[in-house]
Write a protein that binds this ligand. Structure first.
Ligand code: SF4
Ligand code: SF4
Length: 288
């Protein structure tokens, strides 16, 4: 069973909640944690670690390369690139971070001077946490494309750990890595905050969740910073609301000291325990 913690926007407490749930569920069953927020992976930090047992570079996209020896300077490739990745001054040059590897320039080149090759533009990191469960994390290098493929890769690698339950920290938003994170999950916990943009982003991510027919519940983080907006979200969520988390500056202090919040005496500990209890009911319901 896979439980994904997702949000329509970043910075609303997704990794905090995912880390707390991973820790609580790991006391009861064999779990695997996956950090699919490949543009800004930080589940490791919330679990108190910056170190990895292993890391491996991966390739999730391709780019064009020019063999200047073969180039006849015919200029046919000059204006074909729609991504602005092909610069032509005295000779053609590829701007790597703009190249999408579409292959059009290869197609027009009469001298076969351009080739497409895979590039190493991401990384997969694995660590056995001190809580006895594996954390599989991925990172797409800055300026690179292929975030959804990094997510696919780490989800595939996580399978070998054979956990009964996977806690998946999804990428934020509604783009490619979110779709890759949510497909095939059994339940999504959507976390939001009581602001107009938080509410609007919740509705956007719900469209993705509903598209894939994923069962879901809703959590409001920092509910007490705007009680009126919080009430609106509660009304919208109805029976799907499974918890509210209070604003607490102590949470930021704990993560900056690499102290997992479930090891603190902050109010959030009991609040996440309440969410965990409700999710256990969800799991039981689904298993029966
Ligand atoms: S492969 Fe496509 S994106 Fe890259 S330089 Fe050639 S035309 Fe541009
Ligand atoms: S189309 Fe090929 S041969 Fe012509 S300028 Fe471009 S790279 Fe050189």
């Amino acid at each position: 069973m896979i439980i994904a913690v997702a949000s329509g926007k970043g910075g609303v407490g997704k990794s905090m909640l995912a880390s707390g749930l991973a820790l609580l569920f790991s006391r009861e069953r064999k779990i695997t944690a996956i950090d699919c927020d490949v543009d800004a992976p930080d589940l490791g930090l919330w679990l108190g670690t910056k170190e990895w047992d292993s890391s491996e570079k991966i390739s999730v996209s391709e780019k064009a390369f020019i063999d200047q020896e073969k180039c006849t300077l015919c200029g046919k490739c000059k204006d074909v690139c729609r991504f602005g990745a092909l610069k032509y001054a005295k000779k053609p040059e590829i701007i790597p971070y703009l190249c999408e590897g579409c292959g059009l320039c290869v197609h027009v080149c009469p001298g076969k001077a351009i080739r497409i090759e895979p590039v190493q533009n991401g990384e997969v990191m694995i660590r056995e946490t001190k809580y006895g469960f594996p954390l599989v994390s991925g990172q797409l290098y800055p300026g690179e494309t292929g975030s959804g493929k990094v997510v696919d890769d780490i989800r595939e690698r996580a399978k070998k750990f054979g956990g009964e339950l996977t806690i998946l920290d999804s990428a934020a938003g509604i783009g490619c890595p979110v779709i890759a994170s949510l497909k095939g999950t059994d339940h999504a916990v959507l976390i939001t905050e009581p602001t107009p943009s938080g509410f609007s982003d919740l509705k956007r991510v719900l469209e993705v969740v509903n598209h894939f027919g994923v069962d879901y519940s809703i959590v409001i983080n920092k509910w007490d910073i705007n009680k009126e907006m919080s009430r609106k979200i509660e009304k919208f969520a109805g029976w799907r609301l499974i918890g509210k988390i209070s604003f607490d500056k102590g949470i930021f202090k704990a993560v900056s000291e690499l102290k997992p919040i479930m090891e603190t005496d902050l109010k959030v500990v009991e609040e996440i325990k309440g969410i965990h209890k409700k999710l256990k009911n969800v799991i039981e319901r689904k298993a029966s």
